[in-house]
Design a protein around this ligand. Structure first.
Ligand code: NAP
Length: 251
């Protein structure tokens, strides 16, 4: 069965590994092309946007895709909306591989905000040392709060966007461990951490490190993301794909 995986996450990479060794499926992984050197993948990979819902519909039809798995990041809401619309138009089965959000534990000091603009605003007027762990795309938002000193961790350096004046970039790709995260926040004398609620293990250490150091975190809420059939792990996704395969093949 021909499968399209919308990726860019650890879970998509795990699913790609499972499907690469499974003769029931012929899968392609799709990446947006945000990182300049994406990790090597075991499946045929296509890179770049489809051109909106219409472009995705054309791709699904041209490639004779029979099922789609949306394994994009919890904050990639537009791609998910396009996947839902395109699968509805083409009548294709769609599963959404979702990741549970992190939940606040005793000792956490989270301030919840609804978007990145609010995160920049609630940092306040007094200059603070801020650890930004939100990726590259929304860094320019913090140019509106130039009084703070920022340490921004990201995979690729920003290109040409307007950035806050006091900004140090730290290029790194997870997973991150607790000892290193704690040392980093201590060494850089961080006052506050800004994060998305990505969920998952590979980047959880920053939450535990902030808790250990008693630091406040500004937690940006997840966007509403339209979804297909919800699955919670790569293994469950394979079982769902097999169920779709059987019903399409009548076996
Ligand atoms: P987005 O806002 O939902 O999508 C914007 C546009 O990028 C989409 O309309 C689509 O372009 C293209 N696109 C997104 N994901 C794609 C994919 N997997 N394959 C092909 N095209 C894709 O997405 P985003 O937040 O920019 O995220 C981009 C990628 O980075 C996703 O793969 C996501 O899983 C990954 N990622 C995002 C975050 C985050 O915080 N947002 C964090 C880690 C990883 P067209 O309309 O032209 O098709």
């Amino acid at each position: 069965m021909r499968v399209l995986i919308l990726g860019g996450t650890t879970e998509a990479a795990s699913l790609a590994r499972l499907l690469a060794d499974d003769s029931r499926f012929e899968a392609t992984l799709s990446l947006a092309g945000r990182t300049s050197a994406p990790a090597a993948q075991p499946l045929p990979t296509r890179i770049g946007g489809f051109g909106g819902v219409e472009g995705l519909v054309r791709y699904l039809q041209a490639e004779k895709i029979e099922a789609v798995v949306d394994a994009t990041h919890p904050y990639a809401a537009q791609m998910s909306a396009h996947a839902v619309a395109a699968c509805r138009q083409t009548g294709l089965a769609l599963a959404s591989l979702t990741r549970a959000p992190w939940t606040e534990q005793a000792g956490d000091r989270w301030q919840h905000v609804s978007n990145t603009e609010s995160a920049a605003m609630v940092l306040g007027d007094t200059p603070r040392r801020v650890f930004l762990t939100i990726g590259r795309q929304e860094l320019p938002v913090f140019a509106s709060a130039p009084q703070h000193h920022y340490l921004a961790r990201l995979i690729d350096a920003p290109k040409g966007e307007r950035l806050p004046p006091h900004l140090v970039l730290l290029q790194a790709r997870g997973p991150f461990d607790l000892a290193a995260e704690t040392a980093l926040m201590r060494d850089k004398r961080i006052d506050v951490v800004v994060s998305k609620n990505a969920g998952g293990d590979p980047t959880y250490a920053k939450i535990a490190a902030a808790r250990a150091l008693g630091l406040p975190m500004i937690m940006i809420a997840r966007p509403d993301k339209p979804a297909g059939h919800i699955v919670n792990s790569p293994d469950e996704t394979v079982r769902w794909l097999d169920h779709v395969r059987r019903s399409l093949r009548g076996v």
